[in-house]
Design a binder for this molecule. Structure first.
Ligand SMILES: Cc1cc2nc3c(=O)[nH]c(=O)nc-3n(C[C@H](O)[C@H](O)[C@H](O)COP(=O)(O)OP(=O)(O)OC[C@H]3O[C@@H](n4cnc5c(N)ncnc54)[C@H](O)[C@@H]3O)c2cc1C
Length: 286
């Protein structure tokens, strides 16, 4: 939820007009919560002109995190020319448009990431943020993925803390096999943290290497998450599968949240860029 809020705020601050930025400031001061919904079921969301200076929305969004709970949502919608346009929609109180019945997932149920139907909502010109294509404008679009890697890292670090507590409290930490497994979790997690920190830096300073670096970071963090979840299950055993266990909750949430768009293609794009040139930044090694 917070990652989506930050993303929306950054997009409005970057592509909005002065008036739209002022409205954003006032909203944030009042405690409004924003989000971004891009993912959609076919045929997707569209905006059509509705007389002078007005637009009408048609269609729905899926994976709509916070559906029924957010105040304003930044959506991508297809304009009459077929291009992606950012539209800021006030949705506070529009609970009947949210449908979370299908959000029957193993983890992250609390995010209410169901479906939201925008059909028939009418908006003024001031709802359009930036121009067509701004949402996917690079490097902001691909490099912005560093934010979800940070969220994933937070869950992985929490998992390592719970695993450590378990090993200390049960005395299992005296066992060299348990220690070896714990060492793997530590190095995976700390190494992933280094990648995420640098990815954040490169992305937020719009450095040339930001995109391949963030794409590679996605895979590094995914691997760290998968290895740590597996290690926690093996070290703690069945106790980690009970609903009351924090390890169970984190594993269910993280397991789903690791599933971000086109992971294989992200890693492949990163590897191709690294074949061309070292993308680490200043301290190059070739
Ligand atoms: C809890 C949660 C909250 C979310 N909240 C939001 C939100 O608020 N707003 C929003 O816009 N979205 C949201 N999403 C959606 C998210 O951004 C992604 O769209 C979604 O997670 C994609 O997952 P997927 O596994 O279906 O992806 P996919 O990209 O379909 O990946 C599945 C697999 O298919 C492979 N694959 C994909 N395309 C191809 C291809 N052409 N050829 C070969 N292989 C391919 C991938 O590499 C991967 O192995 C959320 C998702 C989750 C899980």
């Amino acid at each position: 939820m917070f990652e989506g809020h930050v993303n929306a705020v950054q997009l409005v601050a970057t592509y909005g007009t002065d008036d739209q930025r002022q409205t954003l400031d006032a909203d944030l001061a009042a405690g409004s919560v924003y989000g971004v919904w891009n993912t959609e079921p076919n045929p997707g969301l569209e905006i059509r002109p509705d007389g002078d200076l007005r637009w009408v929305l048609g269609g729905a969004k899926s994976f709509a995190t916070g559906a029924g709970h957010l105040d304003r949502i930044l959506v991508t919608a297809r304009n009459p020319e077929g291009l992606k346009q950012l539209v800021l929609v006030p949705i506070a109180g529009e609970t009947e448009r949210a449908d979370n019945a299908g959000w029957q997932v193993r983890g992250m149920r609390g995010t209410c990431s169901g479906r939201f139907d925008f059909s028939g909502l009418v908006l003024g010109n001031d709802a359009l943020i930036g121009g067509p294509g701004d949402y996917e404008r690079e490097p902001r679009f691909s490099a912005g993925a560093w934010r979800f890697t940070a969220v994933q890292l937070g869950a992985i670090e929490a998992l390592v803390r719970h695993l450590r507590d378990h090993l200390v409290q049960t005395g299992k930490g005296a066992d060299p096999i348990q220690r070896a497994r714990f060492a793997t979790c530590l190095t995976e997690t700390r190494s992933a943290g280094l990648w995420v920190r640098r990815a954040a830096n490169l992305a937020e300073t719009q450095a040339a290497e930001a995109i391949p670096f963030v794409l590679m970071t996605r895979g590094v963090v995914e691997e760290a998450g998968l290895k740590t979840m597996e290690a926690a299950a093996r070290s703690v055993g069945t106790a980690s599968f009970f609903a009351a266990s924090r390890i169970d909750r984190i594993t269910r949430d993280l397991g789903l949240y690791l599933r971000q768009p086109v992971p294989d293609q992200a890693r492949d794009r990163a590897a191709a860029a690294w074949l061309e040139d070292d993308c680490w930044g200043d301290d190059r090694w070739w």
